[in-house]
Ligand binder design. Structure first.
Ligand code: ADP
Ligand code: MG
Length: 225
């Protein structure tokens, strides 16, 4: 479903070159629930940005749903992001003036999949229920706790039925107990809907929820065994 082959990424800052990714190979199949772990600066964000078509590799290839994405135009990459990738961020990135329902609805306006408005409404309401926010559907982000905000972001990431959801340190701004609840929620969505997730974390306690754990160090990816 997603194939990362021989991917390297360098960043050049003046005269120094940082090797953010070093010959990374990774295959992701439908229904996978993958954790990426490793110290700060090891390349977790860079790898997720490349899979999410937010950044391009210097070397190697990335194939999403049978399409090689390395050489595509910026416009085509935004279409792929809108239709095929769901994003969850550590800082939630909700729109402050929109309520829970409207935040979840937002990505449907960017997608090329056009649902009838009755279907769309049904879907958003189902997602609100799935993440446990039925009583808060009309609250604004600043009226919600961190854990509740991340639940909104999870529903938002799912609304266009993406091929994959990428969650970059989704629990970094949450307390330990809430962090576990959020990863357990991703796990239950993975089990119930077979949604494919990749999340990164440097919290070892969260790795037990994943089906596969990869460890990164200095841009190198290894299966954690
Ligand atoms: P992680 O998410 O594991 O903390 P990153 O992928 O953010 O790691 O970073 C990997 C390496 O690439 C680090 O050395 C980081 O400083 C460097 N890096 C990441 N993004 C940039 C950038 N936009 N410009 C320069 N260096 C970067
Ligand atoms: Mg990071």
């Amino acid at each position: 479903m997603i194939k990362v082959e021989g991917v390297s990424k360098n960043y050049t800052l003046g005269k120094t070159t940082v090797r953010a990714l070093e010959n990374v190979n990774l295959q992701i199949e439908k229904g996978d629930f993958i954790a990426l772990t490793g110290p700060s600066g090891s390349g977790k964000t860079t790898l997720q940005n490349i899979i999410g078509c937010l950044d391009r590799p210097n070397k190697g290839s990335v194939e999403i749903d049978g399409e090689k994405v390395n050489t595509l135009s910026k416009n085509r990459l935004s279409e792929i992001r809108a239709d095929k990738i769901g994003f969850i961020f550590q800082s939630f990135n909700l729109v402050p003036v929109l309520n829970v329902y409207e935040n979840i609805e937002f990505p449907t306006m960017l997608s090329s999949k056009k649902l009838k408005s009755s279907e769309k409404e049904k879907k958003i309401n189902e997602l609100i229920e799935a993440v446990g926010l039925s009583e808060h559907w009309n609250h604004k982000p600043d009226e919600l706790s961190g854990g509740q905000r991340q639940r909104v972001a999870i529903a938002r990431a799912l609304v266009n039925d993406p091929l994959i959801v990428l969650a970059d340190e989704p629990t970094a701004n949450l307390d330990t107990e809430t962090a576990e609840q959020i990863i357990a929620l991703l796990q239950s969505i993975n089990k119930e809907y077979n949604t494919t997730f990749v999340f990164s974390t440097h919290d070892g306690r969260l790795l037990k929820y994943a089906n596969t754990v990869y460890r990164m160090k200095d841009g190198v990816l290894e299966l954690n065994s």
